[in-house]
Structures are given as C-alpha cells and as structure tokens.
Write a new protein. Sequence first.
Length: 170
Amino acid sequence: MDMITIVGKSEVILFLTLLIAALLFFMKKDWLNSLFIIFITGSGVVLNYVLKILFHRERPDDEINYIEAFGHSFKMISYSFPSGHTMRISLIVAFLIYLCIIYLRHKWSKALWITLLSFILIVVGFSRVVLGEHFPSDVVAAISASFAWFSICLLVLSSIHWKRFRKRQG
C-alpha cells in the first residue's frame, strides 16, 4: 500500500501534469487541453486545501500531520477531510478519461482505459484508508469533489470554446 499511495503524492502529480501537458502541446498541438490540465490540477490543490480548512477534520490516528512536498515539511497542518492524495489522482484520472473520450475511436479501447484508470483511482483511495491516513468518507468526498470540480471546469471550458467557435462562424 505504501507503493500504491505514492501515485497521489504532490511530486508525482506535478510530474504527470507537466508530462501530459507537454505531450498534448507538442504531439497533438492541443494547447487548450494542455493549459486545462495545468489549471485543474493547480486549482484542485487549492480547493483541497480550502476544504481541509473549512471542515477541520482530524486524521484517524489523531496525530498532527504537516504538509510534505519535495522532501520538505511545511508548517501547515494537514487535516483529513478530504484526502489530498485521492483528490489529486482523481483530477488526473478525470482528465485522462476526458482525453479517452475525445481522442480514442474504438469503444473497446475507451472502455479498457476508463476501467484501468478507475481501478487505479480506487486502489489509491483504498490505500489511504488501509494506511490509516484517512477515513473512507475522506476518500469518497475527495473523489466526489474532484469530479464535480472537473465537471464545472469542463463546462466553463466548453462554454468558452463554443463562444469562440460561434464568433468564427459569424
């Protein structure tokens, strides 16, 4: 479980975000989605922190945890609700599912990738509970908040894209 939970660490999410953004930008010339993933993961981290402060829920082990990233511990208390690891990986998974829908042509390949991504998300969330870092409700809330945030951002992006399309048409 220690190995699985690494997938949701800040460093891994930053690497994945920049890698996906670069691939989209350089290989697909898709600058809009390249910026979109950077925005949703960055704003998702902020949203997670705000939710943690609002709910102020202690962790299952009652120990005070501090925010850690890139080998440094920051003096900000990290509360339990919602799970940051799960929220970060949920945003990446939501974005990759979105890419599967828009880029993959075959239903079987879409279904395969969506199933694999969903499995990764579930296993990372489960690892947070097994390791005693979060309650199950922390993980469920993180997934729910992430997919809701992704959906809101996608609606805004679609609205902007639609307005630009309509403006070009006439």
